[in-house]
Design a protein around this ligand. Structure first.
Ligand code: ZN
Length: 201
C-alpha cells in the first residue's frame, strides 16, 4: 500500500496521524475520504483549522480560551465574580461549564506542580492568581484540580499559599476518577463534586 498511494495522499495521512486519538488506520480512512470528497469540503476544513488556530488564544485575565483579550466568562456580568474556580488547563474550563453547576469565574493554572517533570509553582499562573485575590472581590476559591498525587499536591500547595487572605479555599469533593483529570469526569459526577466541595482553609 505504501508505494501505491500518491505522495500527497501519504503526506495527508501522515499529517492526520499527528492528531490525538487518530491511529494509522483512522488517518488513512480520513485521508481517503478527503481526497474523494468535493474539493470545497477539504478547503472548508483546512480554512476552519487555520482560522481557529490563528484566532483562538488565552484570556489575559483567566487563561481560558478566547478570541478577544478577555473570554466570555470574564466578560459575562451575570456571573458571580466572588467565586473563582481554579483549573489546570483551559480545556478544564469547558468540562466545568458542561456540568452546569458553576456560575462564577475561572483561573487557569497552566498545569500542575510536578517535581519529577521540573514544574514548580513559578512555572504556573500562581502569581496572577494571587494578584486577583489581592485586587479583592473574591469570596471563595474552588480548587478543581485532578484527584491524583500531583493534583492533590498542587491543591495543598495553593491552599497554604493563598491562606490568610480572608478568602475561603475549597476543593472538589471526592468522586472524580482517580489518577485522571477533569476531562474524564462525566457531567453529573463533576456537578456533584462541585456541590459537595469541602473547605480546605
Ligand atoms: Zn477569562
Amino acid at each position: 500500500m505504501e508505494t501505491i498511494l500518491p505522495d500527497s495522499l501519504r503526506a495527508l495521512r501522515a499529517a492526520l496521524e499527528q492528531l490525538p486519538g487518530i491511529g494509522p488506520r483512522s488517518a488513512e480512512r480520513l485521508a481517503l475520504f478527503l481526497v474523494q470528497s468535493e474539493v470545497e469540503v477539504a478547503r472548508g476544513l483546512a480554512e476552519a483549522m487555520v482560522a481557529a488556530r490563528e484566532r483562538v488564544r488565552f484570556c489575559e485575565r483567566c487563561g481560558a480560551l478566547a478570541e478577544l483579550q478577555t473570554c466570555v466568562f470574564c466578560d459575562d456580568l451575570r456571573r458571580d465574580g466572588a467565586l473563582l474556580c481554579v483549573v489546570e488547563r483551559a480545556v478544564d474550563v469547558l468540562s466545568v461549564e458542561k456540568s452546569g453547576a458553576f456560575r462564577g469565574r475561572y483561573h487557569v493554572l497552566g498545569g500542575r506542580i510536578s517535581p519529577l517533570n521540573g514544574v514548580g509553582p513559578e512555572d504556573l499562573r500562581v502569581e496572577p492568581l494571587e494578584r486577583r485575590l489581592v485586587a479583592g472581590g473574591i469570596r471563595e476559591v474552588i480548587l478543581a484540580l485532578g484527584s491524583d498525587v500531583e493534583g492533590d499536591a498542587t491543591s495543598h500547595y495553593l491552599a497554604q499559599r493563598l491562606a490568610g487572605r480572608g478568602v475561603r479555599i475549597s476543593r472538589l469533593a471526592h468522586g472524580l476518577p482517580a489518577g485522571s483529570g477533569l476531562e474524564y469526569a462525566d457531567e453529573l459526577t463533576l456537578s456533584q463534586a462541585l456541590e459537595g466541595r469541602r473547605e480546605l482553609v
